[in-house]
Ligand binder design. Structure first.
Ligand SMILES: [Cu+2]
Length: 524
């Protein structure tokens, strides 16, 4: 397909409309996603009364303890199982969790040391664990058909229940337990792990299958950044609830075993009407008048956030970004607001001493409406000792150039005939959209119809251009996910790691991903 044909089709889609591009802006109101209102998805209303806001404290995920540490290897054991949590006050919700909790326990890793995660599946469905942002050997990357079946269920053929009828002769299916190996040959960064099962990632993550994975290194440790209780991971998700407090989600197949994806009216994405932070609806956090490192992760299926503090401190620039998806920036960037798409991470430092004791500061979402426009609250306490700072130089940062690239490829992410496709193809595990050489740099150009946050496994990249112009204010640093807005053309410079094998890249709107907007690339 030529670029001109692509443009014609996109124009047709935008004129022709259809459910795929609808965005909810309030009860019963729909409009097309646009640059000024780049939310795509359909709001799923809860059947429970909305809880009172900011009445429960923020919870922090537990930090996982290694089961052994031998030489340069840290080994962990994780049981993936159902659990019960009070996500919304007064309601018990069954979740599916790594470690039986939502979020799952935080894994702390160190650059250069190997992490082994021996994972046992006690859920009623298969899972796939993927370390998002990890530079991981293919066998441990969580390829969508590399199922880990429930404990006690025998392994059958390569086309098995639980992956939506997808046939993949290369699938590596494990029964009950699988050990994932993460080499951590990468810089300090806020990564996360989550389910990646073929066709069912959306409902699986919605039920809770996600957690933080924090990599540290000597560079980060030498910086005077906030640590300990002032280094706070914040997993942002939106969810909806049935009247009995259970999760509501419009799966096409409620068994989550045969038919992937959601009912057709939610194909553009599922938006919940309850904002959770670390699994608590609209929490508050008491902070001292000191600097805090806040690691924002948007783990929502379809919701985007334009995060800001309200009120802003005098002088603005409250959110000082120090890191992006895959590591620390070369130099900090002060933002009044941060736009964060699904799967992206923004590592920021906020100096709460810019507020007065007793101030109440709300973290807002400028892309929400009503309650979904509110995320959490910070209650400013007393002055406290604080010897941290944000240095003008953070980590060594090598800017890639177009001249570094050995190839340029174009990938068109679009709804074609009611199916989310990449270059007009539905996901096929046996087909390759690209074969690249380890250690090389390429320009990948993404073209969209509607809003699609695009994620590459294994490879990190830098944003080169947006619509032929300079990258946007939220594009800095090494990234693994790029937020491509409706009808945009974004070029990235990808550096492929010295690994070989089959990896995927895909839209991280989970409903788009489950409904085929994914493709393979091969390194080697
Ligand atoms: Cu998409």
């Amino acid at each position: 397909m030529t670029a001109a044909e692509g443009m014609t089709r996109r124009r047709f889609l935008r004129v022709g409309g259809g459910f795929a591009g609808m965005a909810v802006v309030g009860a019963g109101a729909f409009e097309l996603a646009t640059r000024s209102y780049p939310q795509i998805g359909v709001l799923l209303g809860s059947q429970i009364p909305m809880p009172k806001l900011f009445t429960r404290p923020l919870a922090l995920p537990s930090v996982l303890t290694p089961s052994s540490q031998v030489g340069a290897v840290d080994a962990y054991d994780v049981l993936v199982r159902p659990g019960t949590q009070e996500l919304v006050a007064g309601h018990q919700t069954e979740i599916w969790g790594f470690g039986g909790t939502f979020p799952g326990p935080t894994i702390k890793a160190r650059s250069g040391r190997t992490t082994l995660v021996r994972t046992t599946n006690q859920l009623p469905v298969p899972i796939v664990a993927h370390l998002h942002g990890g530079v991981t050997a293919a066998a441990s990357d969580g390829y969508p058909t590399d199922l880990l079946t429930p404990l006690g269920v025998s392994v059958g053929s390569s086309s098995m229940p639980g992956m939506g009828g997808m046939k993949d002769p290369q699938a590596s299916v494990a029964a009950g337990t699988r050990t994932y190996t993460y080499a951590n040959g990468q810089n300090a960064a806020t990564l996360w792990y989550h389910d990646h099962r073929m066709g069912f990632t959306g409902p699986d993550i919605w039920r809770g299958l996600a957690g933080f994975y924090l990599v540290t290194d000597e560079v980060e440790e030498a910086l005077p950044l906030p640590t300990g209780t002032r280094d706070v991971p914040l997993m942002l998700t939106d969810r909806s609830f049935n009247a009995d407090g259970s999760f509501a989600y419009p799966s096409a197949d409620s068994t989550l075993m045969e038919t992937p994806g959601v009912t057709v009216s939610y194909m553009s994405g599922v938006l919940g009407d309850v904002n959770l932070v670390n699994g608590v609806a609209w929490p508050y956090m008491e902070v001292e008048r000191a600097r805090y490192r806040l690691r924002f992760l948007n783990a929502s299926n379809a919701r985007r956030y334009q995060l800001a503090l309200s009120p802003q401190p005098a002088g603005g620039g409250a959110l000082v970004q120090i890191g992006s998806d895959a590591g620390l920036l070369g130099a900090p960037i002060a933002h009044d607001a941060i736009e964060i798409a699904q799967a992206e991470r923004f590592d920021v430092v906020v100096d709460f001493s810019r507020y007065r004791r007793g101030d109440v500061v709300t973290l807002t979402n400028g892309f929400g409406a009503g309650n979904t426009g509110l995320v959490m609250q910070f209650r400013i306490g007393g002055t406290a000792p604080d010897d941290t700072s944000v240095p003008a130089a953070l980590a060594e940062y090598q800017t890639l150039r177009r001249s570094d690239a050995v190839a340029t490829r174009t990938f068109d992410f679009a709804d074609v005939g009611g199916v989310w496709k990449v270059n007009d193809q539905e996901f096929d595990p046996t087909a390759y959209a690209a074969t690249v050489q380890a250690g090389t740099v390429e320009v990948w150009r993404f073209v969209t119809d509607f809003h699609h946050p695009i994620h590459l496994h294994a490879a990190h990249f830098q944003v080169l251009t947006r619509n032929g112009a300079a990258p946007g204010p939220y594009d800095a640093g090494w990234k693994d996910t790029v937020d491509v807005l409706p009808s945009e053309e974004v070029e990235i410079l990808v550096r492929f790691p010295r690994l070989t094998g089959r990896y995927v890249f895909h839209c991280h709107n989970l409903e788009h991903e489950d409904m085929a907007m994914m493709a393979n690339f091969r390194i080697g």
